[in-house]
Write a protein that binds this ligand. Structure first.
Ligand code: SF4
Length: 374
């Protein structure tokens, strides 16, 4: 069983971000109390079993104070059986990490940090409106390691407009020097409802060129491979098997419960999407109503979701499972397209499992959507 907790607050809006968050923290305590109440209301959502992973995401969960974090964790432990070796991750921003907060997180039971570094290059941090400096980005990882939290993931963003690839290479070198066991690397995308989206409309910035993004991706993958990181998902790299168990559970389609504004849940048959509005979320939970939209998944939805997430991973997708999910329609509908992809060298079959080739990884989402059934 897996639990996601969305903490919908940030200090400031990064120019690229379209996640749900608010910079007004006046009702932070009330939202935390509502999330705890939702955990109680949703206790029966998941089938019986130990909670294997707990993930505090956001927003910026490192903005939780000691009382708020402990209150949420105590509620979780009261409502669920948490496995003794459960992976408990907290997303943190460098500017929130110091010796005192790191000790507090560790004492609360956080055993994995996912740090939103994005870049070690000061002008890139300013361009994206990150709240931390390049120096803080570097120092916080060392501080965390010093505090005994070794299971660290850092987020990096690539394809940030730049004259050449030197800054990306320098970002990667810094990450390697720090010796973190996990790196998530995401391509900069310009979403309409963001500052970058509005600048693009006003032509204050240029769109990210596909070719430049592809070159950066190749540099990134090659460099990570040379330094001992395994690409176990298109955007996720681990050394010595330090995979994110929580995110892997999404990709393997295990059931999970998501609580908090904008959180999603999945039980194998349907997905639920909590409302992305803190005030409305608060009001509903105070009336014991879960403010979620429920989407029942058809056989085609289940097949297509499995393709979209599974093909991105090193575990690939099982042909037999595709047939079961699609009620026997996958080969009939997608067989020709699959043949074309195989001949192009983008996909290969190994003992009944479909896997992307290195060339195919450049077009993972397009390949999956071309194989979608209806
Ligand atoms: S990227 Fe993270 S810190 Fe920045 S606005 Fe989005 S959720 Fe907040």
């Amino acid at each position: 069983m897996h639990l996601y907790i969305h903490i919908p607050f940030c200090k400031q809006a990064c120019h690229y971000c379209d996640f749900h968050f608010s910079t007004n923290t006046a009702n932070k305590r009330a939202v935390v109390e509502a999330i705890a109440r939702e955990i109680v209301l949703r206790q029966a959502y998941l089938p019986d079993g130990d909670m294997q992973t707990i993930y505090f995401g956001g927003g910026t969960p490192s903005m939780l104070d000691e009382a708020e974090l402990n209150f949420l964790l105590e509620t979780i432990h009261r409502q669920f059986r948490v496995a003794p070796n459960a992976e408990i991750t907290l997303e943190a921003n460098p500017d929130d990490l110091n010796a005192a907060t790191l000790q507090m997180f560790s004492q609360a039971g956080i055993n994995r940090l996912s740090i939103g570094i994005q870049s070690f290059h000061e002008p890139h941090l300013r361009f994206m409106n990150r709240a931390h400096s390049a120096l803080e980005a570097e120092q916080c990882v060392r501080l965390a390691q010093h505090a005994g939290i070794d299971n660290i993931s850092i987020d990096l963003i690539y394809a940030i407009p730049s004259e050449n690839h030197a800054i990306l290479q320098s970002d990667l070198s810094k990450a390697f020097t720090l010796g973190v066991p996990h790196i998530s690397a995401y391509c900069l995308t310009i979403e309409p409802q963001t500052a970058f989206g509005s600048w693009l409309k006003k032509k204050k910035i240029q769109p990210i060129e596909e070719e430049y993004a592809a070159q950066q991706f190749e540099i990134l993958v090659g460099s990570l491979r040379e330094n001992g990181y395994e690409q176990y998902e298109i955007s996720n790299f681990a050394r010595n098997g330090h995979y994110s168990n929580h995110n892997s559970s999404y990709w393997k389609q295990h059931p999970y419960l998501g609580v908090g504004p904008s959180a999603h849940s999945y039980n194998g048959a349907s997905r639920e999407y909590n409302i992305s509005n803190n005030a409305k979320y608060l009001q509903a939970i105070q009336n014991s109503i879960i403010p979620a939209m429920i989407e029942t998944l058809s056989p085609a939805d289940q097949t297509n979701e499995y393709l979209l997430t599974g093909l991105r991973t090193k575990w690939g997708v099982q042909l037999q499972k595709l047939e079961v999910l699609s009620a026997g329609r996958f080969a009939l509908q997608a067989g020709d397209e699959l043949g074309r992809m195989t001949r192009k060298g983008w996909i290969r079959e190994d003992a009944g499992i479909l896997l992307l080739t290195q060339a195919g990884k450049l077009f993972a989402d397009r390949i999956a959507s071309d194989l979608f059934i209806d």
